[in-house]
Design a protein around this ligand. Structure first.
Ligand code: SF4
Length: 296
């Protein structure tokens, strides 16, 4: 009996961690199996049907205005419309999206929640003085691929969300071009506070790096994509990014692909071809079929 209680307590803790994680990440939605109705919690807290890879959300979907939600009775809300009543309810299991690891439960979300709690209202380096929001990260705790840049920019600092604005939209298109969605990957930074117009210094990397490592340990991605010169160098790239991008690195037994930051692609659109080549290497490693090359 005590084993059952312990398992129940573990599941409750994992579920609470998952819920806390979604809310801290600014998510208004939780995954609901395909074909199920959407329960409404009212006052803006809404569930939306779990998107599928064939119908990915718009880039930056987490900051888009939520779609109107049906007013549903709480008890009826989670029953599939096709279930006419009577007999045990067969729970449909949606196929796992290609970007998510199978068998990952709420423990990963709970671990991320604990890392965020440990970070707290951090003042471990001088970047705390000029920041508006800590930008911890967003995405799936079950992601197979984690994207990391050196630090958030001005807009991210204002919103507390990673990869927003034009570079964020471009990153979203890059992810979609890989056959994934932003909700299937994990997005974060080595430094969680914006350095403003300056660079991320070694003191900040030393202070904030352990939290990035803890995020990686929690998510356990198969591949880390290092976006930009700073992230690539911090994760082991030697030499200018123009030379080392696209060459696999290994960091603590994990594959790292250095490539260009979306900001650099906006300034130098010709670099898109090289980035796409790098991302196709990631796709091959993950066993994702290559869709047609992106336009534009
Ligand atoms: S950059 Fe990291 S270590 Fe520095 S204040 Fe922000 S959260 Fe803390």
């Amino acid at each position: 009996m005590s084993a059952v209680r312990a398992e129940l307590a573990r599941l409750v803790a994992a579920t609470r961690g998952a819920l806390a994680w979604h809310m801290e990440g600014g998510e208004r939605d939780l995954p609901v199996p395909d074909g199920w109705a959407q329960p409404s919690l009212g006052r803006g807290q809404a569930f939306r049907a779990f998107h599928t890879p064939s119908a990915p959300p718009a880039p930056n979907a987490e900051i888009a205005a939520p779609s109107p939600v049906q007013a549903l009775e709480p008890v009826q809300a989670i029953a599939p419309a096709s279930h006419a009543g009577g007999g045990p309810l067969a729970v449909p299991r949606p196929a796992a999206p290609v970007g998510l690891a199978a068998g990952v439960d709420g423990q990963a979300a709970l671990a991320l929640h604990q890392v965020r709690a440990e970070l707290g209202a951090c003042a471990r380096c001088r970047l705390c003085e000029g920041r508006t929001e800590i930008v911890f990260g967003a995405g799936s705790p079950a992601a197979r691929v984690l994207f990391v840049a050196d630090a958030p920019g001005r807009l991210e600092d204002e919103l507390g969300l990673p990869f927003v604005g034009e570079p964020g939209r471009l990153l979203g298109r890059m992810i979609h071009a890989m056959g994934l969605s932003r909700g299937e990957v994990y997005l974060t930074y080595l430094a969680k506070c914006s350095p403003g117009p300056g660079d991320v210094g070694p003191d900040t990397l030393a202070a904030c790096g352990p939290f990035f490592d803890a995020q990686v340990a929690a998510v356990n991605p198969e591949v880390i994509v290092a976006l930009g010169e700073g992230a690539a160098a911090a994760l082991g790239a030697e030499g200018p990014l123009a030379r080392v991008h696209g060459q696999w690195l290994e960091r603590e037994g994990r594959a790292v692909m250095p490539t260009f930051h979306p900001k650099a692609l906006i300034q130098h659109p010709r670099t898109k071809r090289e980035v796409w080549s790098d991302l196709k290497k990631v796709m091959r490693r993950l066993g994702i079929d290559a869709p047609p090359p992106p336009r534009g």
